[in-house]
Write a protein that binds this ligand. Structure first.
Ligand code: SF4
Length: 249
């Protein structure tokens, strides 16, 4: 616990007590009664944000800022949700299928979600905004695995993440894999210390909860053996019980 509290980021607390803000907090009402928001106000606000998000995704798909990336950006589409899933970077298959987590790691991850959250892959994709630390396939490293994106690529792609967080104002971010967890906690995470906990984080100008998950790829057995197996289950339970998850869409 002490180690977690000493993170250099703006992680506020690794606890399980959750404060959830109102969906449209901080926005003025057009109602004639000050402070009273009408259904029409809500609908118009949602429609405006949906348009913003669509424009954002359209721009993202045109991004070519990183010359070493080996594909075009992969997007999960403009899903206006209170929950974001942030992965690491797509593999070689995702650009072919045109969606994140489209191959073996995705199969394992959606199986977790089906078993522990009670949602099918289709339902998850329809109700959760899916992002990543980097949106393009980085190519292979000299050992034949996927290249880890450079710091510069991560920094460049963070501008997309920042814009998404500004538009979506998520209550919950599910960070999948060490690169994604580290992006929010600003440390190189030790999975046994972070999986199974909820972190209140201030990042990209907003405050939200982060639930770390291990990467579901077959490359690491961490989530299949103890204590990883139990910690992963605990993390999934904390998503299932999170208010932003319950009211996500
Ligand atoms: S990794 Fe991100 S910043 Fe780099 S080209 Fe792809 S979308 Fe653009």
């Amino acid at each position: 616990m002490m180690a977690l509290m000493s993170f250099s980021s703006k992680v506020l607390s690794p606890d399980t007590k959750i404060h959830v803000r109102d969906r449209e907090e901080g926005h003025a009402s057009s109602s004639s009664r000050p402070g009273v928001r009408t259904l029409t106000d809500d609908k118009s606000m949602i429609s405006k944000r949906q348009t913003q998000l669509q424009q954002h995704v359209d721009s993202l798909q045109l991004c070519r800022k990183c010359p070493k990336m080996q594909s075009r950006p992969v997007s999960g589409g403009p899903v206006l949700s209170r929950v974001m899933l942030v992965g690491q970077a797509p593999g070689s298959k995702e650009p072919v299928f045109g969606r994140p987590f489209a191959w073996t790691a995705g199969k394992a991850m959606f199986q977790w979600f089906e078993q522990e959250l009670g949602v099918t892959e289709t339902e998850f994709r329809r109700t959760v905004y899916m992002a990543a630390v980097c949106r393009c396939f980085p190519g292979r490293n000299s050992q034949g695995g996927d290249r880890v994106p450079s710091r510069q690529e991560v920094a460049l792609c963070s501008e997309w993440l920042r814009a998404e967080i500004a538009i979506l104002r998520p209550g919950l971010v599910i960070a999948v894999g060490k690169l994604a967890i580290g992006r929010f906690l600003d440390v190189s995470p030790v999975l046994t210390q972070v999986v199974g906990q909820i972190f209140r984080v201030e990042k990209f100008g907003r405050s939200f909860d982060v639930v770390p998950l291990p990467h579901p790829s077959g490359a690491s057995p961490w989530h299949r053996i103890e204590p990883g197996k139990t910690l992963t289950k605990t993390a999934l339970a904390s998503i299932r019980n999170h208010r932003a998850w319950i009211t996500r869409f």
